[in-house]
Design a protein. Structure first.
Length: 215
């Protein structure tokens, strides 16, 4: 079980540069648990007080613009799942970015990648580079010009990358997202233990090397 009583994330001054990814992940997980098990766990009516603002990305921002509304399966739809969760739970949202704790940037780089690869019949590397330069970069650069971005220099902006991708796979988009929180499936297998977030840890006899394959 995750430890409770995590510290609040301060967003109230120019010294804020980055938002701890772990805190954001825990807050989103808390929201999911509250939604799915509210009656079973007998949560109070208002235990989750964070508010999310969802950016409305214009369709003309990229020639490869695609709506984030199609579940293409498993990890390939991570970007879509977050957008869907916030759409289905308006009580966690605010329509005023000035009142938001977090700014969600809805993007579907995975869906754009598959579309580019299929339409142009090109290699994985070529499709990924074009999805980065021609889809993701225009989306995140538009988001970085939003007034909400100036508030904390993007420190409360977040999005996720699907598949086994992370920041290094989207170099063209990196400058605009360097101060954002990016959720990704890559990383070290023992990050929860190193962060001391588990009350008890059980170790498997077989070492998990899956994360090494994605570096």
């Amino acid at each position: 079980f995750l430890r409770s009583g995590l510290p609040d994330v301060p967003f109230h001054g120019p010294k804020v540069k980055t938002m701890p990814t772990l805190i954001l992940v825990v807050l989103v997980l808390q929201a999911v648990l509250e939604l799915r098990h509210a009656e079973e766990l007998q949560f109070p009516e208002k235990t989750f007080e964070r508010r999310f603002y969802v950016l409305d990305i214009p369709s003309d921002v990229s020639p490869w613009f695609t709506s984030c509304d199609e579940d293409i399966g498993f990890q390939y739809s991570m970007e879509i799942y977050y957008t869907e969760f916030l759409a289905r739970n308006p009580n966690y949202r605010t329509h005023d970015w000035r009142a938001a704790d977090f700014i969600w940037v809805p993007q579907c780089a995975s869906k754009a990648y598959f579309r580019i690869k299929e339409d142009l019949n090109i290699s994985h590397e070529e499709a990924l580079a074009r999805a980065d330069a021609e889809y993701l970069r225009p989306v995140v650069e538009w988001a970085a010009r939003h007034p909400a971005h100036k508030r904390f220099n993007g420190a409360n902006f977040f999005t996720v990358y699907s598949m086994d991708m992370s920041r290094q796979d989207f170099p063209a988009s990196l400058p605009a997202t360097s101060n954002w929180t990016i959720g990704a499936l890559t990383g070290q297998a023992d990050w929860l233990q190193k962060a001391d977030l588990w009350l008890t840890v059980s170790h498997s006899s077989a070492e998990d090397r899956c994360w090494q394959e994605t570096q």
